[in-house]
Design a protein around this ligand. Structure first.
Ligand code: DX5
Ligand code: ZN
Length: 219
């Protein structure tokens, strides 16, 4: 198993001090910065666009992974790539041409991952797995931060890890939603090697550095 990576999600950051918060996360040992993009259509919430990625690009050397919770991801790959995104996470749900989306992201020279929601079975990944660098298993329903971890995703994480071992060793297995010091050991034990965390990092009363130390120790 590769070393566990931490990907703080800026969704829970203070957007009035976004650059500062990302620098704090980097100093505290973050491996990537997770950027949640929502359009009020694919999910019932609206967040940010390429302009925020452009502002963050000079602030950090960490990869900016862009989680596209939007209805027509193909339309926005180029603007985000130009703004400085390093990786795209695109959903299986609602995409009739996922293979095309994945190929377009790769043609832009970016890492690409496929995301599945809590009710989506692991099996849908089988055919696309050889083409991707990572898989993201949602451990909450996408749309909001600060939600509770859905424990029924644990056996699915195990199935995805088994599938990766068989089909695409080296592919990252990331989890997103409700990850904190309590749930981190569960998902790592099930096979996750990249943990997204929003509230547990940027919402911690004792600050980002203490939160990251706690999360890393738990994982
Ligand atoms: C949820 C987003 C997550 C979210 C996780 O739709 O995709 O990345 O920020 O936040 P927490 O860690 O607070 O559950
Ligand atoms: Zn996310």
């Amino acid at each position: 198993m590769p070393a566990v990576e931490l990907a703080p999600s800026i969704l829970a950051a203070d957007f009035a001090r976004l650059g500062e918060q990302v620098r704090e996360a980097e100093r505290a040992g973050a491996d990537r910065i997770h950027v949640d993009v929502m359009d009020g259509h694919f999910v019932p919430n609206i967040t940010i666009g390429p302009v925020v990625v452009r502002s963050l690009r000079p602030v950090t050397r960490l990869p900016l992974e862009t989680h596209l919770m939007i209805s027509d991801p193909d339309r926005y790959l180029e603007p985000f790539a130009e703004a400085g995104s390093d990786a795209f996470l695109v959903h299986w749900e609602g995409n009739n041409n996922l293979h095309r989306t994945v190929q377009r992201a790769k043609a832009l020279g970016k890492r690409v991952g496929v995301v599945i929601n809590p009710a989506t079975p692991a099996e849908v990944l089988e055919e696309i797995l050889p083409d991707v660098d990572q898989v993201l298993v949602m451990t909450v329903n996408p749309g909001f931060g600060h939600q509770h971890f859905i424990a029924t995703t644990l056996p699915k994480i195990r199935r995805v890890r088994e599938m990766i071992g068989r089909v695409k060793p080296g592919c990252d297995l990331e989890v997103d939603g409700g990850i904190d010091a309590k749930t981190a050991p569960l998902v790592v034990e099930a096979g996750a090697n990249v943990l997204v965390a929003g509230a547990a990092v940027f919402g911690a009363a004792d600050g980002v550095a203490a939160a990251m130390t706690r999360l890393r120790a738990a994982a």
